[in-house]
Design a protein around this ligand. Structure first.
Ligand code: P6P
Length: 297
C-alpha cells in the first residue's frame, strides 16, 4: 500500500546530479528512437533475466551507460541488460535503468519506454534509497515523466532533444477507469483471477494492456485504475524486475498519490538483494490496490 515516507535528495549536489540524469535521459531519448528502425532484430545474447535481447536493447544500454556514467555525481550504473553493475566514478548516487522496456513491442511497432531510477548508495539498492525515478514513453509523442522533490512532472521531448514541461504535480485521478493485467489467464492464481474478474465486470472500467509496462502504467497515471503483473502459478515472483521496474514505478506512482504493492506491502518495501530479482507488481488507485491486497490475503 502507499506509504508517505518518500525519500528525496537532501543535498544541492545530489539535486544537481539528479537534474543531470534527467537531462541525459531526455537528450538520449531521440537518439534511441532514431536508432530503432535498424535494430528490430534479436541480438546473439539473452539478458540476465534469460529473455531474448533485441539489438535495440544493447544499443540503448550502451548509450545510457556512457552518458550517465560521465556524470560527476554518479558512482554506479546498472541495467536490465547487464549481469553486473558498472563502476563509473566516485559519485555517491547510483543509476539503474531499463533501457528499452517492452522491446518485444518493437516488431509490432507498439509503445516502449526507458525507465530510470536514482538511488543513494551502491547497487543493488533498496526502494527507500530512491531519490528520483521516471521514464520516457516512446509513443506518438515522446514524453518523459519524472518524480523528484516530492512531485511528478511530465515533459514533451522534441526531436532536437529539447524538452518542455507540460504537466506539473501530476496525480492519479480519484476515479480510475482503466485496468491492465499481465500474464496468461490460466497461469493466474485463483485469488488474483477472482479479483481480476470483479474489476473486469465493473462497467466503469475498460481494458488497457499493451505489453509494455511503461505504456500501461502511463495509462494508469493519466486515467487512474490498476495495472498488475501478478504472481503466476509458474512464476510466484512474477516477471518484472525490482531494481529496474518495481522500485522506480513504485516511486513514481506513490509520489503521484497512488498506491503500489507486491501483494502485501509497498513495492518500495520489497526486500530482495539480487540485482535482477523479480517481484509481482500492482500499481494504481489506493482503493483498488487495497482491494487487491485483501483479495490476495
Ligand atoms: P507479457 C516487457 O517485456 C515487460 O518486461 C514489461 O514491460 C511488460 O509489462 C511485460 O514484460 C509484458 O509481459 O507476458 O505480457 O509479454
Amino acid at each position: 500500500m502507499a506509504t508517505t515516507d518518500i525519500n528525496t535528495a537532501d543535498t544541492a549536489r545530489d539535486v544537481r546530479t539528479i537534474d543531470g540524469v534527467v537531462d541525459v535521459i531526455a537528450s538520449t531519448a531521440p537518439e534511441i528512437r532514431t536508432g530503432l528502425p535498424g535494430r528490430r532484430v534479436t541480438a546473439e545474447d539473452e539478458n540476465p533475466s534469460g529473455e531474448t535481447q533485441m539489438a535495440a536493447d544493447v544499443f540503448a544500454d550502451d548509450l545510457l551507460c556512457e552518458r550517465i556514467g560521465a556524470l560527476e555525481g554518479v558512482g554506479e550504473y546498472a541495467s536490465e541488460e547487464r549481469p553486473e553493475s558498472v563502476d563509473v566514478g566516485t559519485g555517491r548516487l547510483s543509476v539503474a535503468v531499463d533501457p528499452l522496456d517492452g522491446s518485444s513491442n518493437l516488431k509490432p511497432n507498439n509503445t516502449m519506454g526507458t525507465i530510470f531510477a536514482v538511488y543513494e548508495g551502491p547497487l543493488p539498492a533498496h526502494g527507500r534509497d530512491l531519490v528520483a525515478a521516471g521514464y520516457v514513453l516512446y509513443g506518438p509523442v515522446m514524453t518523459m515523466v519524472v518524480a523528484r522533490n516530492g512531485t511528478v512532472d511530465e515533459y514533451v521531448i522534441h526531436d532536437d532533444a529539447s524538452y518542455e514541461l507540460v504537466r506539473e504535480d501530476v496525480t492519479l485521478p480519484d476515479e480510475g477507469s482503466v485496468y491492465g493485467f499481465g500474464g496468461r489467464v490460466p497461469d493466474w492464481t485463483d485469488d488474483f483471477e477472482a479479483f481480476a474478474r470483479e474489476v473486469e465486470q465493473d462497467a466503469s472500467r475498460k481494458l488497457r494492456y499493451g505489453g509494455s509496462m511503461i505504456g500501461d502504467v502511463n495509462q494508469i497515471l493519466t486515467y487512474g485504475g490498476i495495472f498488475a503483473y501478478p504472481t503466476l502459478e509458474s512464476a510466484p515472483e512474477g516477471k518484472l524486475r525490482v531494481q529496474f521496474e518495481g522500485y522506480p514505478i513504485g516511486y513514481v506512482i506513490e509520489t503521484a498519490g497512488g498506491a503500489t504493492s507486491d501483494g502485501a506491502k509497498s513495492l518500495l518495501d520489497v526486500d530482495k538483494d539480487d540485482l535482477h530479482a523479480r517481484t509481482p507488481m500492482y500499481v494504481g488507485n489506493t482503493d483498488l490496490v487495497a482491494k487487491l491486497e485483501a483479495a490476495l490475503d
